[in-house]
Design a protein around this ligand. Sequence first.
Ligand code: FAD
Length: 367
Amino acid sequence: MRKPGHPDSKPSIVVLGAGISGLSTALALLKRGHDVTLLERGEVGAEASWAGGGILSPLLPWHYSEALAALALRSMAGYADWVSDIETLSERHAEYWRCGMQVSGEARLGEALAWCEAHGLAAQHMLTQTGERLWLPDIAQVRNPRLIMALRAAVLRLGGIIHTHSAVETLTIRAREVVAVHAARNSYAADRFVVATGAWSGIALPSLAGVPNIRPIRGQMLLFKLEPGMLDTILYRQGLYLIPRRDGHVLAGSTLEDAGFDKTTDDATCQRLHAEAAELLPVLGGLEPIRHWAGLRPGSPENIPVIDRHPHFDNVFVNVGHYRYGVTMAPASAELLIDLMEDRTPALDPAPYRWQAALERNWTDSP
Ligand SMILES: Cc1cc2nc3c(=O)[nH]c(=O)nc-3n(C[C@H](O)[C@H](O)[C@H](O)COP(=O)(O)OP(=O)(O)OC[C@H]3O[C@@H](n4cnc5c(N)ncnc54)[C@H](O)[C@@H]3O)c2cc1C
């Protein structure tokens, strides 16, 4: 166990949670020369970050606030370079793919086109035999389970330490500082702590207030297998999306269910998702899904994460609540948090992501 504040040591930071939020924060901290340990309750990235689809954009960005757009667009602009750096460090492939997204059934096409133009996102209006579509050629995707494994390897390569099966259960506190966190078998002292515990961040740990308004929102997903090349772009229509992978896998998702910490799947949802997926891509009607799973998104009102210092403890920071777009927003969220930790003026206005701002938003106002 490190001694906090030891004169010969670099600042030591413990990150709670090794999903994409915790891993991307850890990587950015390691690159700044900090000494980082990650504590993960289960396996690395095995919760929402594994379960998600890996589309690198809000689904219909014009439906959301500027606060969400700012973090998402900043991440999207640098994502290819961010992944490439992780791939170099890790010697693993994360399958970043600028495959574009086709949106059909959108009633607000004029508004969508105007939003894209104002925000520098390429968009084209298409007229097809089956109706009007919007083509977003620059939307990319990443194979999120592979990105997670690459991030894990990059963190280890830069000297980060990861302890799995290490759920933080209690804390030792002195005045306005957390001194150490305790898992069942070990204790970890540090100068600073980062909370990146995803959907579980709304639950208070003893003495540490839960992050306001974060709750788990379940998403069920189906996986199909086609021949490679049969679908080469993301398709979206009225809440349902299909995401092709290079090897012919196709993901169909998803649901938004307020069901607590319950990751079970059900047959009725499987049938509904399958029928909707077949409407979008008829060949899927004749295939059975090869896998069906659910994950728990870290839900937040208006999909706006909380990236801030903890209001009760000067040495605790949070990076949570990315809801439907945590893979997309990971790089810019980590960058913002580290700017705050190092007292630099952030590139983005941090106000919407403050703890206090999260207290003032609530679920009933959410779209
Ligand atoms: C079905 C579905 C589809 C999605 N599709 C997309 C998409 O296409 N694009 C996109 O950008 N996003 C998508 N998302 C959202 C995205 O996956 C999440 O926003 C993101 O993964 C959140 O990352 P996280 O690290 O905050 O949370 P998580 O990945 O859940 O990680 C939090 C970690 O903290 C650990 N933990 C919790 N409590 C403790 C504790 N006390 N001590 C130690 N560890 C703890 C957990 O075990 C977990 O591993 C999707 C999500 C789902 C479920």
